[in-house]
Each structure stands twice: as structure tokens, then as C-alpha cells.
Design a protein around this ligand. Structure first.
Ligand code: SDX
Length: 430
């Protein structure tokens, strides 16, 4: 319990403890009993929900989906297996997985009328804008999602459609951006292989899938699948709390993820490394110069891919991705000078007082872009890959919130504007 004494009154706040020992005070009655609200920019100290989906410990660098350590899932599960776990709460039996995989695989086609949307976008359109708008448009082709009395089968079908069609939309937006013909999904391929096939296959020849690349993509998608109440997942919950449909909520999630401080960081990391490369490469002098720039607020530049709202230790995903990148680089015999710069920057930053004192470590975005790049994925598609990976997490959070019938999210504010004043006619204004 906590007691708050305010002038002549005092209230006690009930203490809540999570299954991993996290503690909170329930302030649900605060305003009614005291007239006070709390102010917490960025919600750095505020839990907006209880959740059973993902646990992370930022101090210890721990990440678990439904209790399973991310390291084990990344190594031993398929992306759709993890999607099932996040959405339905348990690892699927072989029959459950077969049904789920079949359902998602058989929803990969998009309506042929939707294909025409691509003709309307300029070729230079950023694929995140295309993905977010087309996911929102899915409700136009599947209006059953607007039915307020949907049963579980209806909801599951929408979940299957969203998981399946977002990958096809993503791949086709890439094809549109390079003027290539789209490749229709192949039901014989698993999710990751299908995505690579739709992005890099050509109708004129067989497409040889590289098993290591497929495996690396599967691992990347799993590592991005959920991350408790991050910016985009919180956005999905806020939009879904108004009872807007799942396509609308997911579309909003895509747009929130696009920001360079969030999912857009993987693209920003590569652009940063390229800038450093163009400016003089991985020499100690050049890397030192850039590190000083990242530490200087006046520069307006940050070491992208470093730092995290929650992780004040290594982001466990970054550790796994760095190892996967080394494996893929070796397998594909890729020699990327940007990787050398990234490793030099990381070594210098990890030994620099500024980054040590502020507990800034590499996050999920620091090496993921280099791995996507080694796989031939263009920079502008990096955040799209993040969105496809995060889709099961968004769906799981939307489903948890919806099933709990949580109230519409409508935060309070503290007004600091003008006090009451009288209207002045135009000819009296100076
Ligand atoms: C993701 O929330 C999630 O879980 C997100 C995510 C997910 O899976 O959904 O993990 C994915 O978004 C990863 C983060 C990707 N973003 C970047 O890599 C962009 C660079 N990093 C930052 O901008 C920053 O670290 C944030 C946005 C990630 C976190 O910001 P916070 O928690 O609001 O911290 P802050 O901006 O207040 O920074 C604290 C201090 C500041 O200095 P002071 O004002 O205290 O002097 O650290 C400094 C910042 O200037 N700082 C950095 C820095 N990150 C923070 N300085 C230089 N380089 C950086 N990268």
C-alpha cells in the first residue's frame, strides 16, 4: 500500500505485483478522491495495462514471449509458430500448427482490384506508407470485419488475412518500386521463404532460395515479433480501444513504427554508417569524430541503433542478430565495409563514458539493417520487415485488450494555456 497525503486529505493506493515481481500502484481512484492526476511525459513511469504476452527485464537484458526465452524461440521455432504462441498464448500442437499454417498460407492472395492500388503510387513511394495505407484498406475488401457481432472464427479469419496479406502487400510494394512484375505467393513455401520469393523471384526463371537466408529471416521476424508496450503496440491498443477494426489498428501501428526513433531506426542506422563511410571510413580518427558528434546535443544527431527506453543493458535481440549477421556474411561471402564501421563504433561507444553513464547499448536495430542488406533487402524495406515481424505482437495485444473489454483510452492533461478572455472583433484587434 502507499499513502498520499494531500493538504487535509490522504488516500491509500493499492500495490499490484506482477508474476515477475514488477510493482505498481493502482491510481484508478486518484482523481475522484483527490482531484489530482499524474503527469508522465512519454509514459516512462506509467503502466497502461496488465498483460500476459511478453515480459522483458531491461536491467538484465531478458526477453520472453509467453514465458519462453527469446533465445530458445529464435533458435528452435518458426515465425508462424511464434505468431500462434503470441496470439493464442501457447505453443501450438502439430495439428494446431498445421491448421494455422494452412489458414495463413491460403490467405496470402490479395483481391485483384487491390493490385491496382500499386499503379496509383509513385515508384518512389516509401513502402511503409504503402503498407500502412493498404492494410487499412483491407477493411474495404473484407467488410465483415466491421460487423460488431463477430464470432471467434470471424476474428481468427481476420487474423489469418492480416498476417498473410501484409507480407504480400509488402513484397509487391517493393516490386512496384523497382518496376518489376509482382510474384504471386506459392503455397508450397513457408512464410519466410514465400516473402523472399515474392520479393526477389522473377517470372522468367526459377528462384533459388538460400536456406541460410530463409533461416536468418525467420530468426529476424521472431526477434521483432513483440516487445510489450512499445510505441507502435501502444498505438494499436489505443486505436483498438475505440473498437476500430483490427486492420485500422494495425495500419496505425505501421505508421507509428515508421518513426526513426522507433522501427525506422534500422534504416537510419544504415544511412548513418554510409555517411560515416563516405566521410572517411572506419579509421579511429573518423569514428572518434562521429562519436563526438553523437554525444553533442547541438549536432542533432544520435548514434542510431543505440539506446533504449527499457533496456539499460544489452538488448538480447541485438546479441542474437549480431551473431546471425556474422553467420550470413560468412555464408554469403559478403564483405560489407559498413559492418566494419558498425563494429568499430560499437567498440568505441561501449568504452565511452557518455554511453556508459547513460546506459546506452546496441538495440535490435543496430545490426538488423546490416543483416537485411546482406540478404539483398533494400534499405527502404528494413522497417517494413520490422512491421511484418511485429504484426503477431500487435494482433496479440489487440486481442488481449479486446477480450478484456478494456475502456477506450482517453488520457487526461494539465492545461497551461490562456485563462478565460472575451472575444475581440476583427476591427478591434491590433
Ligand atoms: C525500437 O520501446 C521499444 O521496445 C522499441 C523497440 C521495439 O522492439 O518495439 O525496442 C524498437 O524502437 C528500438 C529503439 C530504436 N531507436 C533508435 O535506435 C534511435 C536512437 N535511440 C534513441 O533516440 C533513444 O535511445 C530511444 C528513443 C530509443 C530511447 O529514448 P528515451 O528512453 O526517451 O531516452 P532519451 O531520449 O531521454 O535519452 C536519454 C539520454 C538523453 O541524454 P540527456 O538528455 O539525459 O543528457 O540519452 C541520450 C539522450 O540524448 N541518448 C542518446 C542516444 N539515445 C539516448 N545519445 C546519443 N545517441 C543515442 N542513440
Amino acid at each position: 500500500m502507499a499513502e498520499i497525503k494531500l493538504n487535509s486529505t490522504s488516500i491509500t493506493l493499492e500495490e499490484i505485483t506482477g508474476t515477475e515481481g514488477e510493482k505498481a500502484f493502482d491510481i484508478g481512484s486518484l482523481r475522484n478522491e483527490t482531484g489530482y492526476v499524474t503527469l508522465d511525459y512519454g509514459l516512462k513511469n506509467t503502466a497502461v495495462t496488465k498483460s500476459e504476452i511478453t515480459f522483458l527485464d531491461g536491467e538484465e537484458g531478458v526477453l520472453r514471449y509467453r514465458g519462453y526465452p527469446i533465445e530458445q524461440l529464435a533458435e528452435r521455432a518458426s515465425f508462424l509458430e511464434v505468431a500462434y504462441l503470441l496470439i493464442y498464448g501457447e505453443l501450438p500442437t502439430s495439428n494446431q500448427y498445421e491448421d494455422f499454417d494452412h489458414a495463413v498460407t491460403n490467405h496470402t492472395l490479395i483481391h485483384e482490384d487491390m493490385k491496382k492500388f500499386f499503379e496509383g503510387y509513385p515508384q518512389r513511394a516509401h513502402p511503409m506508407g504503402v503498407l500502412g495505407s493498404m492494410i487499412g484498406a483491407l477493411s474495404s475488401f473484407y467488410p465483415d470485419v466491421l460487423n460488431p457481432d463477430q464470432n471467434q472464427n470471424d476474428i481468427d479469419r481476420t487474423i489469418h488475412r492480416l498476417l498473410a496479406k501484409s507480407a504480400t502487400i509488402a513484397a509487391w510494394s517493393y516490386k512496384n518500386s523497382i518496376g518489376h512484375p509482382v510474384m504471386y505467393p506459392q503455397n508450397r513455401l513457408n512464410y519466410s521463404a514465400n516473402l523472399l520469393y515474392m520479393m526477389f523471384g522473377m517470372p522468367t526463371e526459377e528462384y533459388d532460395l538460400n536456406d541460410k537466408t530463409v533461416s536468418a529471416l525467420n530468426k529476424l521476424l521472431i526477434l521483432h515479433a513483440d516487445h510489450e508496450q512499445n510505441c507502435s503496440t501502444s498505438t494499436v491498443r489505443v486505436v483498438g480501444s475505440s473498437q476500430a477494426n483490427l486492420y485500422a489498428a494495425a495500419s496505425a501501428g505501421v505508421m507509428a513504427l515508421w518513426g526513426p526513433l522507433h522501427g525506422g531506426a534500422n534504416q537510419a542506422v544504415i544511412e548513418m554508417l554510409q555517411e560515416i563511410y563516405d566521410d572517411g571510413g572506419a579509421s579511429k580518427q573518423n569514428v572518434d569524430k562521429w562519436l563526438d558528434r553523437f554525444k553533442d546535443k547541438e549536432s542533432g544527431q544520435r548514434l542510431m541503433g543505440f539506446g533504449h527506453r527499457v533496456y539499460k543493458n544489452f538488448d538480447p535481440r541485438a546479441t542474437i542478430i549480431k551473431k546471425a549477421a556474422d553467420d550470413v556474411f560468412e555464408d554469403l561471402k559478403v564483405n560489407d565495409p559498413l559492418l566494419d564501421i558498425a563494429k568499430q563504433l560499437e567498440e568505441f561507444a561501449l568504452n565511452d563514458d557518455y554511453f556508459i553513464e547513460k546506459k546506452l547499448y546496441p538495440n535490435v536495430d543496430y545490426y538488423s539493417g546490416l543483416l537485411y542488406r546482406a540478404m539483398g533487402i533494400p534499405t527502404e524495406m528494413f522497417t517494413v520487415m520490422f512491421a511484418l515481424g511485429r504484426m503477431p505482437g500487435w494482433i496479440a495485444n489487440w486481442k488481449e485488450m479486446t477480450e478484456e473489454k478494456q475502456p477506450i483510452t482517453r488520457p487526461r492533461q494539465i492545461y497551461t494555456g490562456k485563462n478565460k478572455r472575451e472575444f475581440i472583433d476583427m476591427d478591434q484587434r491590433s
